[in-house]
Write a protein that binds this ligand. Structure first.
Ligand code: TYC
Length: 99
């Protein structure tokens, strides 16, 4: 029995967790760059991207999308790499949703 326990993986049951991807405000990243990020990585049209960017600028943070853990992590990596490659300090983070 002890042997079986170590060899057989437990099936992962239940509701998969969901994660929001957030952008945080800062004083240096350009508004134009944030709009470009929202369109490129979160498939927003220009109007929606502008509205989210302004919301972040005013409130300090804003939700770009909600995803599985894998996809959310990939978005954070892609956005962070894109920002650093373009010399922007933009911060992109995950927030686990309570279900
Ligand atoms: N506050 C920035 C500015 O005035 C714009 C900005 C918006 C930066 C959203 C980051 O996630 C952000 N240039």
């Amino acid at each position: 029995m002890e042997e079986l326990k170590t060899k057989i993986a437990k099936p992962k049951l239940g509701k998969p967790k969901r994660f929001q991807v957030l952008l945080l405000n800062d004083d240096y990243t350009t508004m134009e760059f944030v709009v470009a990020v929202l369109m490129r990585f979160f498939s927003k049209d220009e109007e929606a991207a502008n509205a989210i960017m302004i919301k972040i600028h005013v409130d300090g943070e804003g939700v770009c999308g909600t995803y599985s853990h894998d996809i959310a992590n990939t978005k954070v990596t892609q956005v962070t790499d894109f920002a650093r490659n373009n010399e922007q300090p933009l911060m992109c983070v995950l927030r686990e949703l309570s279900d």
